[in-house]
Unconditional design. Structure first.
Length: 452
């Protein structure tokens, strides 16, 4: 019963909030909302009956109960009010029950009116025609979609995750190697920020001058010019590297704060210049160097696996008549050259099994999934949203060409379907026209309608 009691304010708020608030606050004829569009006579009668019943029920409420319902209705969506004791207070059970009977009477009356209105509506004699028109206006054509697949990025991700997992298993770490970059706005509008930016630029140039520095780093260090003080600037930087810098800078600020808490400002300034600044430069240098090493390592892994698949190019004629047993023998011979000890002989049973398989397997040999930098997935989308994979191609032009060819066949099939449908319609009409009982059957239908 407690649940039903707590539901009363929400019921009043949702179904007749405007009426309740106006009637509790003032006379019964006081308007509480703007005029609505004219309703039917039945709706007006039903609402008038509900208002009379509601006025009668309201007159049985005491002043305290009216105030309680008003506060609960107005504060239903107020978080502070919902935590107060007023939300849990109730009016008497008999008044809740009588209000429920009023609502049930109103809903029953509305249901009867709705059913009568539905019966009074004339049927739509053009329903089939309208349905046919809507179907003919529907666009049954296909739409084209192309999805770019960055195979280089996928290879780098796979090798980065593998190296991170191996490092975790060995108790070490492997740094971030993502090359995804985004623009970052750098503060450079005062002496302090300008000086800090200049230090970072000096570190970058020093790293670029070291032996083994990447060409990208050398180019960035040579081309970048720090704007004059007072002018903020934006720079596209690797996101993972920038986030690592920010974490290191938070550590640097924490060290400065910890030292400042126990020393004077002059001592803190000297400590920053003599100790912390050097530590910060070393940290920046180490972060940049570690990031570049991780990027180069992962890029090398990706390049190596792509180079492995590239070894198949141009060998179609050479391997055409060979089997996997022949390939295994060649590998075994090369391994012998790389070791100091002689290789054990190959198992005859294994060689016999491999001899049954050709060296070139259609659909696997020289596959662009292993050699391409980027690929393009061509898709055809039906009017109902289903996607059909047409193939994966090395260029967007090939992808679009595949769709156009597929769409041409689709349109031909649609035209053929129309022809077949028209032929079927003519056959059915001829069958109906040839039926000797057709007129008697039609007359019997109308006779049944007249009897109804």
């Amino acid at each position: 019963m407690a649940q039903a009691r707590r539901f009363v304010p929400a019921l009043v708020l949702g179904l007749c909030a405007c009426l309740l608030v106006s009637l509790v606050q003032g006379p019964a004829d006081q308007p509480s909302f703007l005029a609505a569009p004219a309703a039917s006579r039945r709706q007006s009668t039903a609402m008038s009956g509900f208002k009379e019943d509601f006025d009668s029920w309201k007159s049985t409420l005491s002043t305290d109960e009216k105030d309680l319902l008003l506060r609960q209705a107005q504060g239903e969506l107020n978080k502070k009010f919902r935590k107060s004791d007023d939300l849990e207070k109730d009016i008497s059970d008999d008044k809740i029950e009588s209000f429920g009977k009023i609502m049930q009477k109103f809903f029953d009356s509305e249901k009867e009116d709705y059913l009568k209105d539905q019966e009074a509506k004339p049927p739509n004699y053009n329903a089939l025609k309208d349905r046919g028109n809507s179907a003919s206006a529907f666009d049954w054509g296909l739409s084209y979609s192309v999805v770019e697949i960055d195979r280089d990025a996928e290879r780098r991700y796979v090798f980065a995750m593998e190296r991170m997992q191996k490092a975790k298993e060995s108790g070490t770490t492997f740094g971030q190697s993502s090359t995804y970059s985004e623009p970052v706005i750098f503060k450079n509008d005062d002496e302090k920020s300008h000086k800090s930016n200049q230090l970072v630029v000096d570190v970058m140039k020093r790293l670029a001058a070291e032996e083994g520095a990447s060409e990208a780093l050398k180019k960035a260090a040579a081309e970048f010019k720090l704007p004059a003080m007072g002018q903020n600037f934006s720079q596209v930087v690797p996101k993972s590297l920038h986030e690592t810098y920010m974490k290191a800078f938070e550590i640097y600020k924490a060290k400065v704060g910890a030292y400042r808490a126990n020393h004077t400002e002059e001592e803190t300034k000297k400590h920053i210049e003599d100790v912390l600044s050097k530590e910060w430069l070393e940290a920046v240098s180490g972060i940049a160097k570690n990031y570049q090493e991780c990027v180069d390592t992962v890029a090398g892994d990706a390049a190596a696996v792509k180079k492995y698949y590239m070894t198949q190019k141009g060998r179609e004629k050479e391997l055409k008549d060979k089997t996997k047993a022949d390939i295994m023998k060649e590998i075994w011979a090369e391994l012998a050259k790389l070791t100091d000890k002689p290789m054990p002989p190959l198992d005859d049973e294994i060689l016999a099994e491999l001899a049954q398989e050709p060296a070139i397997i259609e659909g696997q040999f020289n596959h662009n999934w292993g050699t391409a930098d980027k690929l393009y997935k061509s898709e055809a989308i039906s009017p109902f949203g289903e996607k059909y994979l047409l193939g994966i191609f090395e260029t967007m032009e090939e992808s679009e060409k595949a769709f156009l060819a597929w769409n041409e066949e689709y349109e031909k099939a649609r035209e053929q379907l129309k022809v077949e449908r028209d032929q079927w319609g003519k056959q059915e009409q001829a069958r109906v026209d040839a039926d000797p009982d057709r007129e008697a059957f039609t007359a019997s239908i109308f006779a049944e309608d007249d009897e109804d």
